[in-house]
Ligand binder design. Structure first.
Ligand code: DO4
Ligand code: MG
Length: 282
C-alpha cells in the first residue's frame, strides 16, 4: 500500500496510490490517518483503502506528510564515512569510528518547516559553494518507534561548511529547504525487505547529466530497528516523525549542486523523488 498527500477539492488530503491511480481519502490528513490507526490498533494498509474514495482523481503526490520531527543518521554506509575522513580534513578515522561503533551518528534534521515534497525546490545556502544531495531511505515512525512506512529522502547538505569543521555540522544540515521527502509512503506489508533496494541518483543541468550514482541498501551497515532504538533512548519522538537512514551515494565536488539543476532519486519499490535546486536568498 502506498500513501501520500495530494491537493484535491481545494484542500490537502491524504490519498492512496495504486499504480497510476490516486484515490483521495476525504477529510483526512496523513497525520490524522496515523492517529486513527494507532487508536484503533490498525495498520495504514488496513485502514486507508476502506476510507479512500472509490474514484481516482487527477492529482500529483506532494510532501507525503508534515513531519513533527525529522531525524537523520549518518556514516551508515562505508562510502559516506570514508569520503568524509578522506575529504573533510578531519582526524583520520573520525568518521570510520562512527561507522564501526555500536553507537550510530544521529542528528536532528528539522521539522516540516525545512521539508519540501516532489517537484519543490531544495535549497543551497547563500554561503555554500559545495552543496550535495544525500539520497537516503527514510522511515515514517509511529508512537514508540514502530515503522509505519518507507519513503525517499534527500538530506541536502552544505559539505564545504561541514568539511571546514565538524562542529559546523548543524549549519551544513539544517536550513530552509534542506530536506526533500516523497513521493509516497510505502507500508511494510508492501515493502517487506528494506535491505535490498537499488537506489539511483542523478543531477541534471539542462540537458546535461552532471552526475549519476547508485547504491543498494544492502550496503547499509546498520539495522533500521537499531537506529530507531538509539534515537528513542532519550527522545520521545512523536508519531508521524521521519528518520533518515544515511547516504551511500557520494557526489564529487565538480558536480556540486547549482541553481537550476534537477536532482532525482529513484528506488523502484518506492518511486522517484525529483527536485529542482535553488539558491536561498541571503
Ligand atoms: O556527519 C556527517 C553526516 C553524515 C550523513 O548525513 C550521512 O552519512 O548520510
Ligand atoms: Mg545524510
Amino acid at each position: 500500500m502506498k500513501i501520500t498527500r495530494i491537493r484535491w477539492d481545494g484542500k490537502v488530503t491524504a490519498a492512496v496510490v495504486d499504480g497510476d491511480e490516486i484515490r483521495p481519502i476525504p477529510n483526512y490528513t496523513v497525520t490524522a490517518l496515523i492517529e486513527r490507526c494507532e487508536v484503533e490498533k490498525a495498520s495504514l494498509a488496513d485502514l486507508a483503502p476502506d476510507l479512500a474514495s472509490k474514484h481516482p482523481v487527477e492529482a500529483e503526490p506532494i510532501l507525503p506528510l508534515t513531519p513533527r520531527e525529522v531525524w537523520a543518521t549518518g556514516c551508515t554506509y562505508e562510502a559516506s564515512s570514508s569520503f568524509r575522513d578522506a575529504e573533510h580534513g578531519t582526524r583520520e578515522g573520525f568518521y570510520a569510528h562512527v561507522y564501526r561503533s555500536a553507537r550510530p551518528e544521529i542528528f536532528f534534521k528539522g521539522n516540516a518547516r525545512v521539508c519540501v515534497g516532489p517537484g519543490e525546490p531544495v535549497g543551497i545556502r547563500p554561503d555554500s559553494k559545495f552543496t550535495a544531495p544525500e539520497p537516503e531511505l527514510a522511515v515514517v515512525l509511529g508512537t514508540g518507534g514502530t515503522i509505519l512506512g518507507y519513503t525517499l529522502a534527500n538530506d541536502v547538505s552544505a559539505w564545504d561548511i561541514e568539511r571546514e569543521n565538524p562542529l559546523y555540522l548543524p549549519q551544513s544540515k539544517i536550513y530552509d529547504r534542506c530536506c526533500a521527502l516523497g513521493p509516497v509512503i510505502v507500508t511494510p506489508e508492501e515493502l517487506t525487505d528494506p535491505y535490498n533496494l537499488e537506489m539511483t541518483c542523478t543531477i541534471r543541468r539542462g540537458r546535461r547529466l552532471v552526475f549519476e550514482g547508485r547504491t543498494s541498501t544492502a550496503r547499509m551497515n546498520r539495522k533500521i530497528e537499531e537506529l530507531i532504538e538509539y534515537l528513542l533512548r532519550a527522545n520521545s519522538v512523536p508519531r508521524g516523525s521521519v528518520l533518515l537512514t544515511g547516504t551511500g551515494i557520494i557526489v564529487p565536488e565538480d558536480a556540486a549542486l547549482e541553481p537550476g539543476d534537477v536532482c532525482t532519486i529513484t528506488v523502484p519499490e518506492i518511486g522517484t523523488l525529483s527536485n529542482p535546486v535553488e539558491r536561498l536568498a541571503g
